[in-house]
Design a protein around this ligand. Structure first.
Ligand SMILES: Nc1ncnc2c1ncn2[C@@H]1O[C@H](COP(=O)(O)OP(=O)(O)OP(=O)(O)O)[C@@H](O)[C@H]1O
Ligand SMILES: Cc1cn([C@H]2C[C@H](O)[C@@H](COP(=O)(O)O)O2)c(=O)[nH]c1=O
Length: 225
């Protein structure tokens, strides 16, 4: 019997620890017989990856940034996410629209009403029922103080346009995530991302076990700090 697709997104400020766990979670789902599509935003298709390179590297204003991100999202939804969900895959997506509200909205101060209109336009007209708006089934929010994230990222890689922002920008982004989570508390699962990797992994897997999406607590991931 085929199982319905699951759309799971991962959010948090830069350096919160999302990427450290997504592949482990994909393996846990595969071990239980699921087909998994691992993807990311901005990106996930050849066109969206080109837009990602622009957004992360080229100077632009907040409207241009938002339009490019939503254009990339539309292509990603049409080419990757919707087909994968229609096949019954588990889709694990590193960031989605909550990031736009947190970074462009709260971080850059861009108009939230405009973002809501773009969200509606880009995330409808994709699936069978008219008016259906694609949203994640679950959003895992890695909540971490910006000061700790900055310490973790210090010297780790060449910063892009976002990673180069000051800590005050990330305070606003973190607040943006908190505001967004408050509007959809059933969809969001908050993790305390300040804990060591093993404890973050335990919190993460228990979210999926509680929902009945993973059958057992899966063994350890990563090797601590
Ligand atoms: N629980 C943890 N404790 C300490 N360090 C961690 C923890 N989780 C991840 N790290 C380290 O912090 C850095 C950022 O982690 P990671 O790349 O997973 O974050 P991210 O949320 O995916 O960031 P970004 O969105 O900017 O790519 C990495 O160097 C990683 O090894
Ligand atoms: C989806 C999305 C992303 N961003 C920003 C957030 C990050 O700084 C980068 C992506 O880098 P990552 O290492 O892959 O996390 O893009 C954004 O500003 N708005 C968005 O909608």
């Amino acid at each position: 019997m085929s199982r319905p697709g699951l759309f799971i997104t991962f959010e948090g400020i830069d350096g919160a620890g999302k990427s450290s766990h997504i592949e482990g979670l994909a393996e846990a789902f595969r071990a239980q017989g699921r087909t998994v599509t691992v993807t990311r935003e901005p990106g996930g298709t050849p066109l969206a990856e080109k837009l990602r390179a622009m957004v992360l590297n080229d100077p632009m204003d907040a409207l241009t940034e938002s339009l490019l991100i939503f254009a990339a999202r539309r292509d990603h939804l049409c080419q990757v996410i919707e087909p994968a969900l229609a096949r019954g895959d588990v889709v694990l997506c590193d960031r989605f629209t909550d990031a736009t509200f947190a970074y462009q909205g709260a971080g850059r101060g861009f108009d939230l009403e405009v973002l809501s209109k773009l969200e509606l336009m880009v995330q409808t007209g994709l699936a069978q029922e008219p008016g259906f708006m694609r949203n994640p089934d679950l959003t895992v929010w890695f909540d971490l103080a910006p000061e700790i994230a900055a310490q973790r990222l210090a010297g780790a890689r060449v910063p892009d346009r976002f990673e180069a922002q000051p800590v005050e920008f990330f305070r606003r982004v973190a607040q943006g995530y908190a505001d967004r989570a408050a509007t959809a508390p059933q969809r969001f699962a908050r993790l305390d991302a300040a804990l060591d990797r093993h404890r973050v992994w335990q919190q993460l897997t228990s979210v999926f076990v509680r929902r009945g999406w993973l059958a057992i607590m899966v063994a350890t991931q990563g090797g601590g700090q």
